[in-house]
Design a binder for this molecule. Structure first.
Ligand code: NAD
Ligand code: ZN
Length: 233
């Protein structure tokens, strides 16, 4: 039996109501992301980052797993997938039943927050209450007064070492690598499909638009993810 790894991007969650970055109407066409240095450098940027996060809250809170998420959880349960490496921060793989230890989050998770200095965890609801009580000012850590940030990885922020290590192991151990719903332009994440291919795995790309790596893929399925996975969902 072949051993697969799924590598997912924002495109698997668009049918769940969470916009991606680069499609027309995507988040990037509205706002340039706030990078890590800017977040650290100014209180005004932290206020703005939290304002944007709470503007997205309804979409994140309402989202339910889509057909792609459900199909991948099923393939995991059947032992056909060794793991899911995701760039997504929405928690929908876990919500569709994938065991948390089989979901490798390269860019963190937006459903909670942490203090960047002492690591203390904060629930989003707490941050929101404080943010609203202070008329839109980002709260600081109660423990150490450090900056509180959603538990995601921003541009310029160090990648989480354990997740990178695990993703590398999975990539090197698979013989089929499915890249699903990613434009494959965000590094270092986009290095994984390249590495899989270099290791001799079959590279399959499922995306409705061309990606950076179509030329080296063994199979490109240019279609809606939900439709492709509907038979397995
Ligand atoms: P991206 O926006 O760069 O690319 C998404 C790709 O998915 C696009 O090429 C688009 O054509 C395709 N796509 C969108 N909907 C599709 C559908 N229904 N069927 C088939 N293809 C579809 O996303 P990325 O490569 O994941 O990089 C974006 C970064 O932004 C990631 O690092 C991630 O951390 C973050 N992000 C996450 C979410 C989320 O968690 N859902 C949403 C937006 C951005
Ligand atoms: Zn702290």
């Amino acid at each position: 039996m072949r051993r697969g790894v799924a590598f997912t991007g924002a495109g698997i969650s668009t049918e769940c109501g969470i916009p991606d970055f680069r499609s027309p109407g995507g988040l990037w066409t509205r706002n340039r992301p706030i990078d890590f240095d800017a977040f650290l450098a100014s209180r005004a940027m932290r206020d703005e980052a939290w304002r944007r996060r709470f503007a997205m809250e309804e979409a994140f809170a309402k989202a339910r797993p889509g057909r792609g998420h459900r199909a991948l959880s099923r393939l995991l349960a059947e032992g056909r997938l060794a793991g899911i490496v995701t760039q997504n921060i929405d928690g929908l793989h876990q919500a569709s039943g994938a065991p948390p230890e089989d979901v490798i989050e390269l860019h963190g998770n937006t459903t909670y927050a942490t203090c960047l200095d002492c690591g203390r965890r904060y629930e989003l609801e707490w941050v929101r209450m404080r943010f609203e009580a202070e008329s839109g000012a980002a709260p600081d850590c109660e423990e150490c007064a450090g900056p509180i940030k959603s538990a995601t990885i921003s541009f310029g922020q160090p990648m989480p070492a354990p997740a990178m290590l695990r993703a590398r192991e999975l990539t090197q151990g698979c013989d089929v690598f499915l890249a699903i719903g990613s434009s494959l332009v965000v590094w270092p994440a986009a290095g994984f499909p390249l590495e899989a291919k270099r290791n001799g795995a079959i590279l399959v790309i499922i995306n409705r638009e061309p990606t950076e790596l179509d030329d080296i893929a063994d199979l490109v399925i240019r279609d809606e993810i939900g439709e492709v996975f509907a038979p397995f969902a």
